[in-house]
Design a protein around this ligand. Sequence first.
Ligand SMILES: Nc1ncnc2c1ncn2[C@@H]1O[C@H](COP(=O)(O)O)[C@@H](OP(=O)(O)O)[C@H]1O
Length: 442
Amino acid sequence: MRPSTARDPPQTTAPKQNPYPAASRVLIVLSLVLPVALAIISISVAPQALPHRLQSSIIRISQSICTSKRVGFICTPGYRRVIISRTMATTSGLPFANERRIAELAVQRAAILTKAVYNSKVKGTVQKDDKSPVTIADFGAQSLVFASLYKSFPDDNIIGEEDSAGLRSNKELSELVFKVVTEAIYSNTTGQSSSSSSELGDINNEAEMLDFIDKGSCTDSGKGRVWVLDPIDGTKGFLRGGQYAIALGLMVDGIVQVGVLGCPNLGQEGGVLLSAVKGQGTVVRPLSSDFSTLPDPSRVTMNPITSSSDATFCEGVESGHSNHDIQAKIAKGLGITKPSVRMDSQAKYAALALGQAEIYLRLPRTMDYEENIWDHAAGALVVEEAGGAVFDMYGNKLDFTTGRSFKKNKGVIVMGAGIQEEVVRVVSEVAVEAYGTWKSSL
Ligand SMILES: Nc1ncnc2c1ncn2[C@@H]1O[C@H](COP(=O)(O)O)[C@@H](OP(=O)(O)O)[C@H]1O
């Protein structure tokens, strides 16, 4: 064997075997890079087309990637700005931001219409089959809100209180509704149907208006995205000069995610607009008479009290809509000595959220009455997101999945968080005593 010299190549050990074959390495790299690339492409090209939950997760991840000093270098600064501004414009970075804004603007525009009818002698009141009143303002507000929803969310389902049958058989009334609708659309100081009006959807003729009114016939409340509207909740209050509300909610798979209440006679001159998104709190702002602008919001939280005897309790004005006697008995059981504050509509939910009362009781006159989901969807979320709680009279959570009315709940009670246990206990005891136990047939 020849001795080794300095010119011989150094003795090397056998090259280490890479544990990952080339194909696996490509797969690993792709699985890391692809999701990020896809997220950025989908967000910049068509953020609205993605499913909502995915949309908000992707937005959060992409925004942190784009703004992170470590990984942000993968995009040019210009492209980063485009991605961020697009996602902020469509969603403000928060789930349901666009839905909330459109719902607020739509309710505000409908409030302009209802206020005009409220202040006019002509209300075009007719009686529905269930003997309850409906006015040109109910029909007009429903058509305006549905035009807005259809413009921004054409694939969503809608549940609305009214339908156009009564108008199709009454031409004079239908013309009257179209007149107030047109006046509301052109109500801005410019007298022009501005770009904001086209963002909110126009209604070009009477036939189109009637078709919009009928878009609220959905019966399945438990699947997918479903908007729920009461165009005038508290029509009797509206006619009497009391409180009323325009109440709009968005449910996803039966869970209320967005709630908006327009209360033209509550709080300050011109009324207030409350809105809530699940997990994001409740805000209030003045109702503007200009449909294109939303005044600045402020956060609202319910009055913190720890004993229900300190509570101001709230109930409906109409004795036919809830049992005032049983409610008085409950108030006494809770040690409340102040007289109840009587108020029409979901303005009661708004009053609680704004700290004007702490308990709202709505116990049925008869056990066969099923509460409509549009009388509670928006209000319940507004209160819950302000720190309160909503149950039925047996202490069950409201179940919005059972169609146009509650089939698994009886009565509704609303309260602040600190007194929840005490109120639920006293109400359930009185309910069992007064109505007996009840089990849904579903
Ligand atoms: N017997 C009854 N029991 C409970 N609620 C009733 C009722 N009859 C009608 N309502 C509902 O009570 C709502 C008004 O609530 P309040 O009494 O709190 O103002 C009405 O809304 P509309 O005005 O939209 O028809 C209607 O849906």
